[in-house]
Design a protein around this ligand. Structure first.
Ligand code: 5AD
Ligand code: SF4
Length: 446
């Protein structure tokens, strides 16, 4: 069989990893990947519903596939991911895009091979969407984007119900994988040449709590730190309300734990944080930053997520976000315009902020962020950094690109044998969004 698949992925790392799992399952069925949609036998769109523009982009992509599907009716078009957990989306697909062959939800990914076989045998359209999870499915294959880096799910779902967020509704209640299953997977990945693992969950800090495990998130880091072959441990995402002193201690004790934390703050005003249901204050957040810096001799890189224009955000509230950003001096941030998501409490608040105010605040926030990032990067000039080499840089194929422990992008001249290794790079120039450097040392035997 010489059949081809193509997967389009929107959204966060969880979705990226779900797509890797779907790719793994399709390859086990005998399919190979293609970058060209027109030659694919199966196209999957893995959707995101975090903001309204993600919805729009999805329907735009679907519209483009309609002609392709008409010209090649045997092609299977499937849609999955967070948007499929919302009934109004499924209704819209049934009504306006009835040519779509397959719809499946975030809890049904493991069913993909069965669903595809069913369609091939019976040529019928299929919808499989569970509203809640029915257990964790272990042992699914995964096709990694990089052979030397891997995502590892540790928790699924979210129980926090931040008032702006759709995720608790699309990904269901929080549940944790058993420690032994996670450690087994990481050991297998190490044996397969993986150097860096990224532990994934909506709130990794509450790992095991809802399931009553003895092992908490910090214990898990200590255990993975002992696994031979793994050289870097990262995690995403961390909720400030559950960040423990024990985890902060792990930055001191675990040499493989990358000196970086992504700690979404969302807003700098206590009034807004309360209305967002974030369950921490500006002061307690800044105290965590202080402790993290203390534990790492000021070395830790800190990145965040920030929303501007949350309902009821006043100019004073917004200025508190700016002053918090100036105080923390983030290394980078994902910045978002608040987007009302139907079904979430904040979408119903009657003090929505006009779009032009949101945009004006957004631009001011980016200025503060860029200034902080440029200052942070400038400190790197002349330093020697350990860089995990990812491959040729996107802009200039002749240079290599990789990431420091602190997640900074570094571009430098090198040879193809360096890809997938950790090399030492002297930073020669700092830019706002990346660093330039020269390799000073690399071990050809590893
Ligand atoms: N509008 C804007 N940003 C949002 N996020 C989540 N929901 C929304 C929304 N409705 C952002 C948060 C979260 C990140 C993944 O997406 O900052 O941390
Ligand atoms: Fe959404 Fe809040 Fe859960 Fe993050 S912690 S997924 S922002 S509800």
């Amino acid at each position: 069989m010489n059949k081809l698949y193509h997967i389009m992925t929107f959204g966060c790392q969880m979705n990226e990893h779900d797509s890797e799992i779907m790719a793994g399952m399709l390859e086990e069925m005998g399919y190979s990947e293609t970058q060209k949609r027109a030659e694919a036998d199966i196209i999957l769109i893995n959707t995101c519903s975090i903001r309204e523009n993600a919805d729009k982009r999805f329907f735009g992509s679907l519209g483009q596939l309609k002609r392709l599907h008409r010209e090649k009716p045997e092609m299977i078009v499937g849609v999955c991911g967070c948007m499929m957990q919302q009934q109004h989306i499924i209704d819209a697909i049934r009504k306006k895009y009835s040519w779509v062959d397959l719809v499946f939800g975030t809890h049904n990914i493991h069913e993909l091979p069965e669903l595809v076989t069913g369609i091939l045998n019976e040529r019928q359209k299929v919808v499989s969407v569970w509203s809640e999870h029915r257990g964790i499915f272990e042992g699914l294959p995964s096709k990694r984007r990089y052979p030397f880096k891997a995502f590892v799910n540790i928790t699924y779902g979210c129980n926090n119900f931040c008032t702006y967020c759709i995720v608790p509704y699309t990904r269901g209640r929080e549940r944790s994988r058993l420690p032994e299953d996670i450690l087994k997977e990481v050991r297998e990945l190490a044996a397969d040449g993986v150097k860096e693992v990224m532990l994934l969950g909506q709130n990794v800090n509450s790992y095991g709590l809802a399931d009553g495990f003895e092992m908490d998130f910090a214990d898990l880091i200590y255990a993975i730190n002992k696994i031979e072959g793994i050289e870097r441990i990262r995690f995403m995402t961390s909720h400030p309300k559950d960040l423990s002193d024990k985890l902060i201690g792990a930055y001191r004790d675990c040499e493989k734990l990358a000196c970086h934390i992504h700690l979404p703050v969302q807003a700098g005003s206590n009034r807004v944080l309360k209305r967002m249901n974030r369950k921490y204050t500006r002061e307690s957040y800044l105290e965590l930053i202080r402790k993290l810096r203390e534990a790492t001799d000021g070395q830790i890189a800190i990145t965040t997520d920030i929303i501007v224009g949350f309902p009821g955000e006043t100019e004073e509230d917004f200025e508190e976000t700016l002053s918090l950003m100036a105080e923390v001096q983030y290394d980078s941030a994902f910045t978002f315009l608040y987007s009302p998501r139907p079904g979430t409490p904040a979408a119903e608040y009657d003090d929505q902020i006009p779009e032009e105010v949101k945009h004006e605040r957004f631009n001011r926030m980016r200025e503060v962020l860029d200034a902080g990032m440029a200052d942070n990067n400038a400190v790197y000039e002349g330093r020697i950094e350990k860089v995990l080499v990812e491959g040729p840089s996107r802009k200039n194929k002749k240079t290599l690109t990789g990431r420091t422990e602190s997640m900074k992008i570094v571009n430098f001249a090198g040879t193809p044998e360096m890809v997938g290794r950790i090399v030492k790079v002297k930073i020669t120039e700092a830019k706002t969004y990346s660093l330039e450097g020269e390799v000073t040392e690399w071990d050809t035997h590893r």
